[in-house]
Design a protein. Sequence first.
Length: 303
Amino acid sequence: MDALFIGHAYIDVTMLADEMPVDDEKTVARDYAVSFGGNAVTAGFACAKLGHDVHILTTQARDWLGHMFAEMADCYGVRLHPRKVARSSLSFIWPNDGQRAILRARDDRYLQPFVRLDISSARVVHLDGHMPDAAIHYARAARERGVLVSIDGGAMRPHIEEIFDFVDVAVVSKQLCKQMSFTEPEMLAWLKSKGCRIGAVTVGEKGTFWYGEDGVLQHLPSLHVPSDRVVDTSGAGDVFHGAYCASYLERPDAPWRAHFEFARAASAYKVQRLGNEAGLPSREDIARATAEFAESVTTKALV
């Protein structure tokens, strides 16, 4: 086991359409994709695509969607450690002009405790805040063993503030800042106070504001993907997390700016593809994105 990813699983149905039907209308989509979904789950698949031995502790039901999800994991060599639920969770996603609307049906009523795994060989544990009992257990165990703990702080979830006590690398969204009534600088200061060695806030086209182990605030601009090439931004952040985990696994002594640069190129690849699976980049895809796209010209000031 190189890495353990812990989070909630979905099957994503992404529909590319000019408009959504209302009332009693019917419309025909231009394209669609069916894929695995979920923050840590998609990150885990991205890390596996980049050549690492990935285990995922996640929800799974004994229904047709659950069987589909298991087959997807098998295709990527991902080892699943299911936590039983009655029904699979489903997301309907509508990409629209660089944004995306999402409608979810989620079953998080666990029918059994989470499985206890030996993580002595792991080098990364990545969390998304779902399944907090398992997240806290493995984050604490990883901290005791010197295993790097990473978190995708995409939104406020139960016990997430407690989870941060055991996190080394925290990459959070602007949404979480708003939910916690923090500005971006205040969020970075809070992450430092929680003991996170690396802290970052992703702010879309403005890139990523972050600090490294020296505590110095830095700015990483996003890569400029022309708007006419942006197809589906959903999952781009999850791919970002999976890619920096993969970069760390391959080059643990490299500076974190290098890991984040690798990850932003992975995200630039993802937004050009419909659905999570099509958007998983190879190393060659990441290298091409790095060479092709220049950094966006944005303000470096936090507001």
